[in-house]
Design a protein around this ligand. Structure first.
Ligand code: ZN
Length: 203
């Protein structure tokens, strides 16, 4: 049976979500069609305004509704410790676990030659500037426990080698191949408490 073009278009758009195949996209489209129009309108307005209302913090790159995120605008946060994460989502996971009282830096990318991804140079430059401006004594790398996370951690460490700052990395407890975004509070707490200082490579 032929579906109306606009319905096919909706299915194609829904099919862009990660992990959503054709059948699920069709089910979602029919769910929307059968739902209360007021809710469907609220949903579409919320999506339409997303980029206008929510952006990146100019300091740390975390999710923010204005210039600064909640962490960066909180004077009680300990700026001597900076936790570096790959994505805004990882930052939210660390923050929700409530185990860290310092500030964050979102790289906005990772080293993955296979997927042609890299950490934006601007983000690394901003990281250096912030460490120096804050006088941070420790940088904690909360990269995901995967090969890309390892490469990203070494790359960040290398970019900071001429700055007198201690660089440590979350280690014990995080499942290999897992992600910060899905780790539970206890796991993140243990990983933070058992962080290891990274050895400096001599040139
Ligand atoms: Zn921020």
């Amino acid at each position: 049976m032929n579906l109306p073009d606009s319905f096919e278009e909706l299915m194609a758009l829904l099919g862009k979500f990660p992990g959503i195949g054709e059948k699920t996209a069709r089910r979602m489209a029919f769910f929307l069609l059968g739902s209360d129009p007021a809710w469907v309108n609220a949903l579409s307005a919320s999506i339409a305004n997303l980029h206008e209302r929510v952006g990146a913090c100019r300091e740390c790159g975390g999710i923010a509704t204005g210039d600064l995120c909640r962490v960066c605008s909180d004077p009680s946060r300990d700026k001597s410790r900076m936790c570096v994460v790959e994505t805004q989502e990882d930052c939210v996971a660390m923050e929700q676990s409530g185990v860290f009282g310092g500030v964050y830096h979102v790289l906005g990318g990772r080293c993955s030659p296979l997927e042609d991804e890299e950490v934006p140079a601007e983000s690394l430059e901003r990281l250096r500037r912030r460490i120096e401006a804050y006088g941070s004594g420790e940088v904690i790398l909360a990269m995901n426990p995967r090969i890309e996370g390892d490469m990203t951690a070494y790359m960040v460490q290398d970019s900071l080698k001429d700055i007198p700052v201690k660089v440590s990395r979350l280690s014990y407890g995080l499942p290999v191949g897992g992600s910060i975004g899905y780790a539970d509070r206890v796991t993140l707490h243990i990983a933070l408490e058992s962080r290891r200082e990274m050895e400096r490579e001599e040139d």
